[in-house]
Design a protein around this ligand. Structure first.
Ligand SMILES: [Zn+2]
Length: 309
């Protein structure tokens, strides 16, 4: 087993190191010390600080908001099952990669993922950590590395790329809705939004993309993609599914959300880092990059469509 992974490593050094970086982020965010990253807790703040400091190391990425942080106020129940509501705070972490050539800076692609999870909860009378390795430390790791990759290639960008890690998704897409209502750059200039939620559990090369109905050209584009990894694609047309892309769809922006298939550990304490398929994350990355090539590296636009049309 050790010899096999060494052999793979020398044959695909670059590929291996991307997976190592995914692993580093997930091991931090989904470790027991992070106590499940529930919105409004101090572990939420610790996750935000980790993400902010990772983005801060990327050359060519500018932190927006207050040093990369948009404060998100919201009201929520004191505890599950309690009806009293109190003021709470969570965050979005926001960074901008401007197109190297100023003539392409009037259009922006948003790429995002939520970083929060469910925290610590009682299960069978025992307090358990909901680590949320797949949901959504995987998407967070994916976006941090996408930011690094895109910033390296900013000379070739034909649009800006706005990177957002959302807080409070598990409490009802709080961070992304707040951003859509309080954008740090004009929403009219956003050409599309790509969301990544639960991308760490690839099984039999299955990928689900939600929101294809939100752009007139989407079916044609996805139909034309190359498929060297034999991706088994399932797609959903509606733009209002239960994750952060819907906050942008509801503002008239074409928005797609990528994930690997649903699994039995979903929203359970067993969604742990040892089950993450890093190779699968890279396969998903390569597939999703065909859409990134169109939206970030070409001037091509997609046209918003109300899915009920
Ligand atoms: Zn999620």
């Amino acid at each position: 087993m050790i010899f096999l992974s060494l052999a793979l490593c020398s044959a695909q050094l670059c590929a291996q190191s991307l997976q190592d970086r995914f692993r580093k982020h997930i091991e931090f965010l989904a470790g027991d010390e992070m106590q499940g990253r529930a919105a409004g807790t101090r572990y939420d703040t610790l996750a935000v600080e980790y993400i902010r400091s990772e983005l801060a190391t990327i050359d060519g990425l500018t932190l927006l908001g207050e040093d990369g942080i948009q404060v998100v106020p919201y009201r929520a129940r004191i505890a599950r099952g309690d009806t009293t509501r109190i003021d709470k705070t969570t965050f979005n972490v926001v960074g901008l990669i401007e197109a190297g050539d100023p003539q392409y800076r009037n259009r922006t692609l948003i790429m995002g993922a939520h970083y929060d999870h469910l925290g610590v909860r009682m299960v069978d009378s025992v307090m358990q950590v909901f680590n949320g390795a797949d949901d959504n430390a995987s998407g967070t790791a994916f976006i941090i590395e996408a930011a690094r990759d895109l910033a390296n290639q900013r000379a070739s960008l034909r649009a800006n790329v706005l990177i957002i890690l959302f807080g409070g998704e598990e409490a009802g897409e709080i961070g992304s809705r707040y951003y859509a209502n309080n954008p740090l750059m004009p929403l009219e200039k956003v050409k599309a939004m790509l969301n990544f939620d639960m991308v760490g559990r690839m099984i039999r090369n299955g990928i689900t993309v939600r929101g294809l109905g939100s752009a007139k050209e989407a079916l044609e584009l996805y139909g034309g993609f190359k498929n060297p990894d034999r991706i088994d694609l399932i797609y959903e047309m509606r733009g209002n599914g239960p994750t952060d892309y819907s906050s942008f769809y509801s503002k008239g922006i074409p928005a797609f959300s990528y994930s690997t298939r649903q699994h039995d550990d979903y929203h359970r304490p067993t969604d742990t880092m040892d089950k993450v398929n890093y190779e699968g994350m890279e396969i998903l990355r390569n597939y999703a990059w065909q859409m990134v090539a169109i939206l970030a590296f070409s001037e091509r636009e997609v046209t918003f469509k109300d899915v009920m049309d």
